[in-house]
Design a protein around this ligand. Sequence first.
Ligand code: ASP
Length: 316
Amino acid sequence: MGKFTMAIHGGAGTILKEDMTPELEEAYLRGLKAALDAGYAVLEEGGSSVNAVKAAIVILEDNMLFNAGRGSVFTKKGLQEMDAAIMDGQSLSAGAVCGVRNVRNPIELAEEVMLHSNHIFLSGKGANDFAIKQGIKLEPDEYFFSQFRYDQWKEIRDSDNYSLDHTHQRLDELLREKKFGTVGAVACDDKGNVAAGTSTGGMTNKKYGRIGDSPLIGAGTYANNNTCAISCTGHGERFIQVVAAYDVSCLMEYKGMSLQDAMTIVVKDKLVKIDGEGGMIGVDGKGNAALIFNCAGMYRAFRNNEGSESISIYEE
Ligand code: ASP
């Protein structure tokens, strides 16, 4: 049996211990562990990296604390519009959706696009129609309502501001600080197949159908057995500009770099140069993992079958 590895993230940004209550910290750590365990269990049973990624992301989407699925932020119109993508590094198959509403688990819809449409990327109403046709689980608007997200949005809805967000900051800090949501997972299974997935509600108060990097193959999500699987979180516009996830793969493929070195260049150098705050998680086909960010914290966890496991929030 080969080495297998699971890694997840729940967003990055100005996440500081002093802003956190012990109860909230505990809830985040519990949420991360539940998702990590769900993904790892798939790998342990000999399942595929795609199924492991999906299992972990579904748990994070169902958790109100994270900006994806149920905990998604409010748009300018006071709705939730969600984006997600999944990619299989063995076949280079991919599926993605953006601007979808009322879909309980957008990552499942992205997988459905990958497996059962002739397309890769569906948007808005068309993606929702496809969800209905395929029998994907839908939920009413109330399912997506959370008081703290509503309060965040209320603070800025009458302005042209938008906010890359996390959850727990004091409202007066919301406009000044950048905190990012989004969830993601990457996995390498015991056959050396890698996969990546990312799911997000995007930015609080977003308008004009704004889409970030998360569902864009190559920007926020990418997987290729020859190199790596990557899921990003952070200021999406910047990640799109540097084609962040694919750039890691290119540095590995064309320059022969290790996963760790390639991710370090993209996150700590290329993104920093254009004020691209955030981070990413990655695995390569040998089961090595890296979790790298250029801001105060990233909700993150990883585990492999050689006994390494960690769940962390802040810089160590
Ligand atoms: N990258 C996501 C976006 O720009 C946001 C995030 O990671 O929090 O939509």
